[in-house]
Write a protein that binds this ligand. Structure first.
Ligand SMILES: [Zn+2]
Ligand SMILES: [Zn+2]
Length: 327
């Protein structure tokens, strides 16, 4: 991945020529709206830049807006975040800071910041262009950040960037990896997942903590087992397992989260004694384990208004007997 983003280059170019942000948008609008998500427009903007600067390298600057169609979820379009130390050294915004999942600077061991460390004013395009906070005038390169301590697993995300040879290859890897993490995020708790997904007002150190926990959970099978049981126990008052897993069902049945589905199914069977009181509806067993009514032989079957269900404690023997029967 190239270090500098297109946005950063534009800011530097405007600064060098004495343009403010408004003047910059007018200048670029000769080609296309500066914040357009259309690929055609993004190409036109780069061509215009090439014409002005006669500098071929502008064509390869990383531009998140050009990838928004396919990878919108990977980027933070609504917030500008940066490492003040890196920024101080080079005056450049790194392309990687525009990724949602990049929340800290591994080199300086600090959380990225999206607001002034002195007056809490959020960064805007204008503040980036002037290099100063719009609220209090503090220089961005002199701002403080909260330092990172303890073990952090974000490195796993950054590594993909270092080994990818093209921007697209990196985006594909990042998209695949972060998609794999999605269901594990819910296992940390519905509130945690909702906070992560709320984006706009969330705090970077807190988001980084969540991301760290979810990567760790994904890496350690024994933790997943405990997390599944804890998750189901918390939601057991809903009585039936399909209600308790209401946030997880889309992962378990879509066919796109194979890694999670396999782990979930196996671990649930291993621990279903602990969830004895919870009912497992036949409709859910059909969807998740692919069994039918005839396969329920030997289990204590409850006839409820919403259909048949068995006790969770019987799930293990029902599934394992049928798996054995299938060979
Ligand atoms: Zn840094
Ligand atoms: Zn300020």
């Amino acid at each position: 991945m190239p270090e500098e983003s297109l946005q950063s280059y534009l800011f530097r170019l405007a600064r060098a020529n004495g343009y403010g942000y408004y003047a910059l948008t007018i200048l670029i609008s000769n080609a296309a709206p500066l914040r357009s998500f259309k690929l055609d427009d993004r190409i036109k903007i780069k061509e215009l830049l090439l014409e002005y600067t006669d500098h071929g390298a502008v064509l390869s600057l990383f531009d998140p807006w050009a990838w928004a169609d396919t990878y919108r979820g990977l980027f933070d379009f609504s917030r500008i975040k940066l490492c003040p130390k890196c920024y101080h050294e080079t005056n450049v915004l790194h392309a990687s800071w525009s990724f949602r999942y990049h929340l800290l600077c591994a080199e300086h061991r600090g959380y990225l910041i999206d607001r002034c460390s002195q007056c809490n004013c959020k960064f805007t395009n204008e503040s980036l262009l002037s290099g100063k906070c719009e609220g209090c005038g503090k220089k961005i390169g002199e701002m403080n950040f909260e330092s990172v301590d303890g073990l952090l697993f974000h490195e796993l995300i950054y590594q993909g960037g270092r080994s990818s040879s093209t921007q697209e290859e990196y985006l594909v890897q990042l998209a695949l990896y972060t998609k794999t993490l999605e269901p594990y995020l819910w296992l940390l708790g519905d509130n945690v997942a909702k906070y992560w997904n709320s984006r706009r007002h969330s705090e970077i150190p807190k988001l980084a903590g969540i991301l760290n926990d979810v990567i760790l959970l994904h890496m350690e099978r024994s933790r997943v087992s405990d997390a599944i049981v804890d998750y189901l126990k918390i939601n057991t008052e809903r009585e039936s397992i399909s209600a308790a897993t209401i946030k997880l069902n889309r992962f378990l049945t879509s066919g796109e989260f194979e890694d999670f589905t396999i782990v979930f199914k196996e671990e649930l069977l291993r621990r279903c004694d602990e969830l004895a009181g919870i009912k497992v509806p036949l409709t859910w067993i059909k969807k998740v384990y692919g069994l039918t009514e005839e396969d329920l032989v030997g289990a204590n079957v409850h006839r409820r208004q919403r259909g048949l269900a068995i006790d969770c404690k019987d799930l293990e023997q029902v599934v394992s007997r049928n798996l054995a029967a299938c060979g």
